[in-house]
Ligand binder design. Structure first.
Ligand code: AMP
Length: 212
């Protein structure tokens, strides 16, 4: 199974990706985590990536496409994968289509006001990558591994959050039509409820697809 999860920053793509990958035993490709790992290595490439991420801008299409081509041809992806964070522009979608056939794309719909609130309160574990929210975890200690939770650099500033949401509308949203035209797009809806409610919508579609 080759899947994509689409949605604005703060839609809960990572959380849904974890549920899906655990249940269907496919590899979770979190592009943001891959990029942050590169930043952490302090390489020249990492420093360049950091300069884009810090401002809430996308890294250039050519650069991300090269990284993803290498990743998707690696052994970890040979039994199926779920892409979380790629593609994020039409150019990236077109490049991906040249070398991979995608079975299904899940587009998470969320109101912008909910996104800003989720991003400002988001806390992440740098050790095990668990994501939590300040309203649900006031101690800010990772429930999975006990590490102190952190705020992502690009979640620290309201203007950067706004920039990321605007970039999503301008550059990423056109992918919804792109995948609708390919007949693989499925809309799911996320509101104030629990993440499992979104997952149940995705599961219903995936289980329905596999029965066909
Ligand atoms: P994420 O963890 O998915 O929110 O990604 C964090 C940041 O990494 C984004 O705000 C971008 O700066 C960068 N990034 C992630 N995926 C891509 C992509 N497909 N194209 C360009 N930049 C990306």
């Amino acid at each position: 199974m080759k899947l994509i999860i689409l949605g604005p920053p703060g839609a809960g793509k990572g959380t849904q990706a974890q549920h899906i990958c655990n249940s269907y035993n496919i590899h979770h490709v979190s592009v943001g985590d891959m990029l942050r790992d590169e930043v952490g290595k302090q390489t020249e490439k990492g420093k360049l990536i950091d300069s884009y991420i810090k401002k809430g801008n996308l890294i250039p299409d050519k650069m991300i496409t090269e990284i993803m081509k290498e990743k998707l041809s690696s052994d970890s992806c040979k039994n199926g994968y779920l892409l979380d964070g790629f593609p994020r522009t039409l150019i990236q979608g077109e490049e991906l289509a040249k070398f991979q056939d995608i079975d299904a794309v899940f587009n998470i719909n969320v109101d912008d006001e909910i996104l800003a609130e989720r991003l400002t309160g988001r806390r992440v574990c740098l050790k095990c990558k668990e994501v939590d929210h300040i309203t649900k975890n006031k101690e800010e200690i990772c429930k999975k591994c006990g590490e102190k939770l952190s705020i992502r650099d690009d979640d620290k500033d309201a203007d950067i959050i706004l920039n990321r949401i605007q970039i999503y509308h301008q550059l990423t949203e056109p992918l919804i039509n792109f995948y609708t035209n390919k007949g693989v797009l499925h809309n799911v809806y996320s509101g104030l409820g629990a993440s499992i409610e979104v997952y149940n919508q995705i599961k219903e579609i995936l289980d329905g697809n596999s029965k066909k």
